[in-house]
Design a protein around this ligand. Structure first.
Ligand SMILES: [Zn+2]
Length: 276
């Protein structure tokens, strides 16, 4: 029964926890907060994840259509560049579902200006990863306010998925309110569709404990060429990696996990596997 399975468990458990977490995060926000990047809590060293990373088994990725749900422009690179490169090289169709334009990343930049800039950066990054072979569907939901549109979001994921596809989305405990809302919506769709759900981690490396992770990590080895490709794509997100802002969101500390020669995912069992 699905109600007893892991997918049902993670769907039902984090909802209240995450809501509490969001409220807790909001209570720590500075006086003029950016709703999209409520990451003011002091990060913890990513090295404490070493025990979980060392125990990660290799993941042999099936070359099937893959839908990558990206909360903000840059997340498709930060969490899934290796997976995307693998699928593109294998000839599998990749679609990026771009949920927000990331227009709230910097409170001192007008959202319309930043949103337009980041849409362009994401297009360039996707081009760098896929050489014209990756599709983008853009939802334009509000940066920092995805939770309020969770039903529409789940419907959009449902609309772009197809039988047998992989859905790649953030871990439902990835600390940022938009990441977690999208993680929950993707879980909801995977529960109903039976699709393979693959969760990525970014802010969770810095703000969650390894004990929060109930499933083992799986790893995808990145070739030198893939790591270069990812760096090229990341550099396209100039507004986030330093160019033009005195306090970039993606500073050297935040990007530390990108030095690892593996991309780590949580590969959840499908409904069929849970019932076997
Ligand atoms: Zn993000």
């Amino acid at each position: 029964m699905m109600a007893e399975g892991y997918l049902a468990l993670v769907k039902s458990e984090p909802a209240d926890d995450s809501r509490d977490g969001d409220e807790a995060m909001r209570s720590t926000m500075p006086a003029a907060p950016s709703p999209g990047h409520d990451l003011s809590q002091t990060p913890t060293p990513v090295d404490r994840w070493r025990c979980r990373r060392d125990g990660a088994a290799d993941w042999s990725v099936p070359p099937v259509r893959t839908v990558v749900v990206a909360p903000h422009p840059d997340d498709e690179v930060l969490m899934f560049a290796g997976l995307i490169a693998h699928q593109v090289d294998a000839g599998a169709n990749v679609l990026i579902l771009a949920v927000t334009d990331g227009e709230a990343a910097y409170p001192d930049v007008p959202p319309s200006v930043l949103g337009e800039r980041r849409r362009g950066e994401q297009l360039a990054a996707v081009e760098a990863m896929g050489d014209g072979r990756i599709d983008i569907v853009r939802l334009g939901l509000p940066d920092g306010g995805v939770e309020e549109h969770s039903t529409a979001l789940a419907g959009a994921i449902q609309d772009v998925r197809s039988p047998g596809c992989i859905i790649a989305a953030p871990w439902h405990l990835d600390h940022h309110c938009d990441h977690e809302a999208i993680g929950r919506a993707a879980l909801d769709v995977a529960l109903r569709s039976g699709d393979r759900l693959v969760q990525g981690i970014f802010w969770g490396w810095h703000h969650r404990s390894p004990t929060d992770l109930e499933q083992p990590l799986r790893r995808l080895r990145l070739s030198t060429e893939t790591m270069k490709r990812r760096q090229t794509a990341l550099n396209c997100h100039r507004s986030q990696v330093g160019a033009g802002h005195r306090s970039p969101v993606l500073d050297a500390s935040a990007l530390e996990p990108l030095a690892w020669p593996f991309e780590y995912h949580i590969v959840l069992p499908t409904q069929r596997e849970e019932q076997a």
